[in-house]
Design a protein around this ligand. Structure first.
Ligand code: ASP
Length: 322
Protein backbone atom coordinates (compact mmCIF):
# COMPACT_ATOMS: atom_id res chain seq x y z
CA UNK A 1 0.00 0.00 0.00
CA UNK A 2 1.24 3.48 -0.89
CA UNK A 3 2.44 5.58 2.03
CA UNK A 4 2.09 9.37 2.14
CA UNK A 5 3.80 11.61 4.66
CA UNK A 6 2.19 14.84 5.88
CA UNK A 7 4.59 17.26 7.56
CA UNK A 8 2.76 19.94 9.54
CA UNK A 9 4.45 23.28 10.23
CA UNK A 10 1.51 25.34 11.54
CA UNK A 11 -0.41 28.27 10.04
CA UNK A 12 -4.14 28.93 9.87
CA UNK A 13 -4.76 25.35 8.70
CA UNK A 14 -3.77 24.27 12.24
CA UNK A 15 -5.50 27.15 14.06
CA UNK A 16 -8.95 27.76 15.54
CA UNK A 17 -11.19 30.79 15.81
CA UNK A 18 -12.50 31.96 19.18
CA UNK A 19 -16.29 32.06 18.68
CA UNK A 20 -16.72 35.08 20.96
CA UNK A 21 -13.87 37.39 19.95
CA UNK A 22 -13.27 36.13 16.39
CA UNK A 23 -9.53 35.96 17.12
CA UNK A 24 -7.64 33.19 15.35
CA UNK A 25 -4.77 31.59 17.22
CA UNK A 26 -2.38 28.65 17.34
CA UNK A 27 -3.90 25.45 18.80
CA UNK A 28 -2.86 21.84 18.98
CA UNK A 29 -5.70 20.94 16.61
CA UNK A 30 -4.68 19.13 13.49
CA UNK A 31 -6.38 19.30 10.13
CA UNK A 32 -7.24 15.63 9.62
CA UNK A 33 -9.10 15.35 12.95
CA UNK A 34 -12.21 16.84 11.26
CA UNK A 35 -12.42 14.00 8.81
CA UNK A 36 -14.48 11.72 11.04
CA UNK A 37 -12.66 8.49 10.27
CA UNK A 38 -12.90 8.62 6.48
CA UNK A 39 -10.44 6.12 5.06
CA UNK A 40 -7.81 6.72 2.41
CA UNK A 41 -6.57 4.51 -0.37
CA UNK A 42 -3.08 5.23 0.93
CA UNK A 43 -1.48 4.91 4.33
CA UNK A 44 -1.08 8.37 5.85
CA UNK A 45 1.70 9.20 8.29
CA UNK A 46 1.77 12.55 10.06
CA UNK A 47 4.71 14.50 11.39
CA UNK A 48 4.21 17.55 13.58
CA UNK A 49 7.50 19.34 12.96
CA UNK A 50 6.48 22.91 13.96
CA UNK A 51 3.31 24.66 15.01
CA UNK A 52 4.23 28.16 13.88
CA UNK A 53 2.33 31.01 12.33
CA UNK A 54 4.18 31.48 9.06
CA UNK A 55 5.42 35.03 9.83
CA UNK A 56 7.57 33.25 12.46
CA UNK A 57 9.18 30.98 9.84
CA UNK A 58 12.83 31.82 9.12
CA UNK A 59 15.38 30.45 6.63
CA UNK A 60 16.60 28.27 9.51
CA UNK A 61 13.14 26.61 9.71
CA UNK A 62 13.13 26.17 5.91
CA UNK A 63 16.46 24.35 5.72
CA UNK A 64 15.64 22.30 8.79
CA UNK A 65 12.34 21.26 7.17
CA UNK A 66 14.10 20.45 3.89
CA UNK A 67 16.73 18.31 5.63
CA UNK A 68 14.01 16.55 7.63
CA UNK A 69 12.13 15.75 4.41
CA UNK A 70 15.29 14.58 2.64
CA UNK A 71 16.08 12.23 5.50
CA UNK A 72 12.49 10.91 5.52
CA UNK A 73 12.62 10.29 1.76
CA UNK A 74 15.96 8.46 2.04
CA UNK A 75 14.91 6.20 4.90
CA UNK A 76 11.29 5.43 3.96
CA UNK A 77 9.33 4.34 0.97
CA UNK A 78 6.93 7.29 0.68
CA UNK A 79 5.08 7.79 -2.57
CA UNK A 80 4.55 11.49 -1.87
CA UNK A 81 4.87 14.22 0.77
CA UNK A 82 2.41 16.98 1.70
CA UNK A 83 3.58 19.94 3.79
CA UNK A 84 1.05 22.15 5.59
CA UNK A 85 2.14 25.75 6.17
CA UNK A 86 0.81 29.21 6.98
CA UNK A 87 -0.06 31.07 3.80
CA UNK A 88 1.80 34.31 4.56
CA UNK A 89 5.27 32.93 3.78
CA UNK A 90 4.20 29.66 2.11
CA UNK A 91 5.59 30.77 -1.26
CA UNK A 92 9.05 31.33 0.24
CA UNK A 93 9.23 27.93 1.93
CA UNK A 94 7.83 26.27 -1.22
CA UNK A 95 10.51 27.89 -3.39
CA UNK A 96 13.23 27.00 -0.91
CA UNK A 97 12.15 23.33 -0.94
CA UNK A 98 11.99 23.45 -4.74
CA UNK A 99 15.58 24.70 -4.98
CA UNK A 100 16.92 22.35 -2.28
CA UNK A 101 15.27 18.98 -2.89
CA UNK A 102 15.98 16.69 -5.82
CA UNK A 103 12.51 15.24 -5.49
CA UNK A 104 11.86 11.87 -7.06
CA UNK A 105 8.39 11.74 -5.52
CA UNK A 106 5.62 14.40 -5.66
CA UNK A 107 5.89 17.14 -3.03
CA UNK A 108 2.98 19.50 -2.41
CA UNK A 109 2.63 22.36 0.03
CA UNK A 110 -0.77 23.63 1.13
CA UNK A 111 -2.49 25.77 3.76
CA UNK A 112 -5.75 27.50 4.55
CA UNK A 113 -7.22 30.97 4.57
CA UNK A 114 -9.91 30.09 7.13
CA UNK A 115 -9.11 28.28 10.35
CA UNK A 116 -10.42 24.80 11.09
CA UNK A 117 -13.67 25.73 12.91
CA UNK A 118 -14.67 28.70 10.74
CA UNK A 119 -17.64 28.51 8.39
CA UNK A 120 -16.37 27.72 4.90
CA UNK A 121 -13.02 26.54 6.27
CA UNK A 122 -10.78 25.54 3.37
CA UNK A 123 -8.07 23.71 5.34
CA UNK A 124 -9.33 20.15 5.23
CA UNK A 125 -10.45 20.58 1.62
CA UNK A 126 -7.01 21.84 0.55
CA UNK A 127 -5.30 19.06 2.49
CA UNK A 128 -7.42 16.41 0.77
CA UNK A 129 -6.69 18.06 -2.59
CA UNK A 130 -2.97 17.99 -1.79
CA UNK A 131 -3.19 14.28 -0.92
CA UNK A 132 -5.00 13.71 -4.22
CA UNK A 133 -2.23 15.51 -6.13
CA UNK A 134 0.67 13.64 -4.50
CA UNK A 135 -1.21 10.39 -5.16
CA UNK A 136 -1.15 10.84 -8.92
CA UNK A 137 1.84 9.75 -10.94
CA UNK A 138 1.46 12.84 -13.16
CA UNK A 139 2.78 14.96 -10.26
CA UNK A 140 6.23 13.35 -10.47
CA UNK A 141 8.94 15.53 -11.99
CA UNK A 142 7.00 18.80 -11.70
CA UNK A 143 9.06 20.31 -8.87
CA UNK A 144 7.54 21.36 -5.56
CA UNK A 145 3.88 22.22 -6.12
CA UNK A 146 1.48 24.50 -4.27
CA UNK A 147 -2.10 23.24 -4.06
CA UNK A 148 -4.84 25.62 -2.91
CA UNK A 149 -8.43 26.22 -3.96
CA UNK A 150 -8.58 23.48 -6.64
CA UNK A 151 -5.46 24.76 -8.43
CA UNK A 152 -1.89 23.49 -8.78
CA UNK A 153 0.88 26.08 -8.99
CA UNK A 154 4.66 25.91 -9.31
CA UNK A 155 6.68 27.00 -6.27
CA UNK A 156 8.68 29.31 -8.53
CA UNK A 157 5.85 31.50 -9.77
CA UNK A 158 3.05 31.27 -7.21
CA UNK A 159 2.33 34.22 -4.95
CA UNK A 160 -0.26 35.20 -2.34
CA UNK A 161 -2.34 37.93 -4.03
CA UNK A 162 -5.20 38.61 -1.61
CA UNK A 163 -5.04 39.17 2.13
CA UNK A 164 -8.16 37.12 2.86
CA UNK A 165 -9.81 35.61 -0.22
CA UNK A 166 -9.60 31.80 -0.50
CA UNK A 167 -8.53 32.23 -4.15
CA UNK A 168 -5.44 34.09 -2.97
CA UNK A 169 -2.73 31.94 -4.56
CA UNK A 170 -2.08 32.89 -8.17
CA UNK A 171 0.77 32.60 -10.68
CA UNK A 172 0.47 35.97 -12.44
CA UNK A 173 3.05 35.21 -15.15
CA UNK A 174 1.64 31.95 -16.54
CA UNK A 175 -1.32 30.80 -14.43
CA UNK A 176 -1.67 27.45 -12.62
CA UNK A 177 -0.10 24.37 -14.21
CA UNK A 178 -3.02 22.15 -13.29
CA UNK A 179 -6.46 21.89 -11.74
CA UNK A 180 -8.17 19.46 -9.38
CA UNK A 181 -11.71 18.31 -9.99
CA UNK A 182 -13.95 16.00 -7.98
CA UNK A 183 -12.84 13.07 -10.10
CA UNK A 184 -9.24 13.74 -10.98
CA UNK A 185 -6.11 15.85 -11.28
CA UNK A 186 -5.25 17.49 -14.61
CA UNK A 187 -1.90 18.99 -15.56
CA UNK A 188 -1.56 21.36 -18.52
CA UNK A 189 1.98 22.77 -18.23
CA UNK A 190 5.40 22.03 -16.79
CA UNK A 191 8.37 24.29 -16.07
CA UNK A 192 11.33 23.89 -18.43
CA UNK A 193 13.99 24.63 -15.80
CA UNK A 194 15.10 22.30 -13.04
CA UNK A 195 17.57 23.61 -10.46
CA UNK A 196 18.84 21.89 -7.33
CA UNK A 197 21.26 23.39 -4.81
CA UNK A 198 21.64 21.09 -1.79
CA UNK A 199 23.52 23.60 0.40
CA UNK A 200 24.41 22.51 3.91
CA UNK A 201 23.57 25.76 5.70
CA UNK A 202 22.12 29.22 5.21
CA UNK A 203 24.56 31.62 6.84
CA UNK A 204 24.15 34.87 4.87
CA UNK A 205 22.13 38.00 5.51
CA UNK A 206 20.16 39.21 2.48
CA UNK A 207 17.84 42.23 2.62
CA UNK A 208 14.96 43.13 0.32
CA UNK A 209 13.94 46.70 -0.42
CA UNK A 210 11.22 48.19 -2.60
CA UNK A 211 11.85 51.38 -4.60
CA UNK A 212 9.39 54.27 -4.87
CA UNK A 213 9.12 57.70 -6.48
CA UNK A 214 11.32 60.23 -4.70
CA UNK A 215 13.18 57.58 -2.69
CA UNK A 216 16.10 58.94 -0.66
CA UNK A 217 19.52 57.26 -0.50
CA UNK A 218 19.38 56.90 3.29
CA UNK A 219 17.59 53.54 3.42
CA UNK A 220 20.14 51.87 1.12
CA UNK A 221 23.02 53.44 3.08
CA UNK A 222 21.56 52.21 6.39
CA UNK A 223 21.04 48.70 5.04
CA UNK A 224 24.61 48.59 3.76
CA UNK A 225 25.98 49.82 7.08
CA UNK A 226 23.99 47.15 8.94
CA UNK A 227 26.39 44.60 7.41
CA UNK A 228 24.58 42.56 4.77
CA UNK A 229 25.93 39.92 2.38
CA UNK A 230 23.54 40.72 -0.46
CA UNK A 231 20.64 42.98 -1.43
CA UNK A 232 17.50 42.42 -3.49
CA UNK A 233 16.19 45.63 -4.96
CA UNK A 234 12.61 45.76 -6.22
CA UNK A 235 13.04 48.29 -9.01
CA UNK A 236 10.49 50.22 -11.04
CA UNK A 237 9.03 48.94 -14.33
CA UNK A 238 11.56 47.07 -16.48
CA UNK A 239 14.18 47.49 -13.73
CA UNK A 240 15.04 51.13 -13.08
CA UNK A 241 15.69 52.97 -9.82
CA UNK A 242 15.50 56.64 -8.71
CA UNK A 243 18.85 58.32 -9.48
CA UNK A 244 19.46 59.00 -5.79
CA UNK A 245 20.13 55.27 -5.34
CA UNK A 246 22.91 54.98 -7.92
CA UNK A 247 25.75 56.15 -5.65
CA UNK A 248 24.94 53.98 -2.60
CA UNK A 249 24.36 50.96 -4.86
CA UNK A 250 27.72 51.59 -6.52
CA UNK A 251 29.41 51.73 -3.09
CA UNK A 252 27.91 48.35 -2.21
CA UNK A 253 29.05 46.78 -5.48
CA UNK A 254 32.56 48.23 -5.07
CA UNK A 255 32.66 46.52 -1.69
CA UNK A 256 31.62 43.16 -3.18
CA UNK A 257 28.05 43.12 -1.88
CA UNK A 258 25.98 41.60 -4.73
CA UNK A 259 22.79 43.38 -5.72
CA UNK A 260 19.98 41.47 -7.42
CA UNK A 261 17.31 43.36 -9.35
CA UNK A 262 13.63 42.38 -9.61
CA UNK A 263 10.68 44.54 -10.61
CA UNK A 264 7.92 45.77 -8.35
CA UNK A 265 5.59 44.99 -11.31
CA UNK A 266 4.05 41.58 -10.69
CA UNK A 267 4.48 40.45 -14.30
CA UNK A 268 7.34 40.50 -16.80
CA UNK A 269 11.12 40.38 -16.39
CA UNK A 270 13.75 43.07 -15.73
CA UNK A 271 15.83 44.20 -18.70
CA UNK A 272 18.71 46.61 -19.35
CA UNK A 273 16.61 48.88 -21.56
CA UNK A 274 17.04 52.45 -20.27
CA UNK A 275 20.43 54.19 -20.24
CA UNK A 276 19.50 57.27 -18.15
CA UNK A 277 20.89 57.74 -14.64
CA UNK A 278 19.33 54.91 -12.59
CA UNK A 279 18.08 53.09 -15.72
CA UNK A 280 18.44 49.33 -16.15
CA UNK A 281 21.26 49.60 -18.69
CA UNK A 282 23.35 51.63 -16.26
CA UNK A 283 22.59 49.16 -13.43
CA UNK A 284 23.62 46.24 -15.65
CA UNK A 285 26.91 47.97 -16.58
CA UNK A 286 27.56 48.59 -12.87
CA UNK A 287 27.33 44.82 -12.20
CA UNK A 288 23.80 44.52 -10.82
CA UNK A 289 22.44 40.96 -11.28
CA UNK A 290 19.20 40.67 -13.27
CA UNK A 291 16.49 38.09 -12.58
CA UNK A 292 14.14 36.24 -14.84
CA UNK A 293 10.63 36.91 -13.49
CA UNK A 294 11.13 36.15 -9.79
CA UNK A 295 9.39 38.20 -7.10
CA UNK A 296 11.48 39.98 -4.45
CA UNK A 297 10.91 37.38 -1.70
CA UNK A 298 11.74 34.50 -4.08
CA UNK A 299 14.89 36.26 -5.33
CA UNK A 300 15.93 36.67 -1.69
CA UNK A 301 15.54 32.92 -1.07
CA UNK A 302 17.59 32.20 -4.19
CA UNK A 303 20.36 34.64 -3.21
CA UNK A 304 20.52 33.17 0.31
CA UNK A 305 21.19 29.80 -1.34
CA UNK A 306 23.43 31.08 -4.15
CA UNK A 307 25.75 32.93 -1.75
CA UNK A 308 26.51 29.60 -0.04
CA UNK A 309 27.85 28.39 -3.41
CA UNK A 310 29.65 31.40 -4.87
CA UNK A 311 30.34 35.10 -4.35
CA UNK A 312 31.39 35.55 -7.98
CA UNK A 313 29.12 38.03 -9.77
CA UNK A 314 29.23 36.15 -13.12
CA UNK A 315 28.40 32.81 -11.50
CA UNK A 316 25.63 34.47 -9.51
CA UNK A 317 24.25 35.99 -12.74
CA UNK A 318 24.28 32.51 -14.34
CA UNK A 319 22.27 31.13 -11.42
CA UNK A 320 19.75 33.99 -11.72
CA UNK A 321 19.46 33.49 -15.51
CA UNK A 322 17.72 30.14 -14.86
N1 ASP B 1 -1.03 34.37 9.26
C1 ASP B 1 -1.28 33.02 8.91
C2 ASP B 1 0.04 32.30 8.71
O1 ASP B 1 0.65 32.48 7.68
C3 ASP B 1 -2.07 32.96 7.70
C4 ASP B 1 -2.31 31.58 7.17
O2 ASP B 1 -1.86 30.59 7.66
O3 ASP B 1 -3.03 31.54 6.20
O4 ASP B 1 0.41 31.53 9.57
Amino acid sequence: MKKILIVHTGGTISMKEDRLTGEVSVTDSHPLENLGGSSFEQRIEEDFLYNLPSPHITPYHMINLAKHMKEKIQTNNYSGIVVTHGTDTLEETAYFLDLYLQATIPIVITGAMRSSNEIGSDGLYNLLSAIKVVSTHDSVDKGVLVVMNDEIHTAKYVTKTSTSNVATFQSPQFGPIGIITKQSVHFYQKLITDEVYPVSNLTKKVALIKTYAGMESTLIEAIYQSGIDGLIIEGLGQGNVPETLVKPLETMLNNNVPIVLVSRCFKGIVQPTYSYNGGGKQLKDMGVIFTNGLTGPKARIKLLIALEITQNIYELQRIFDL
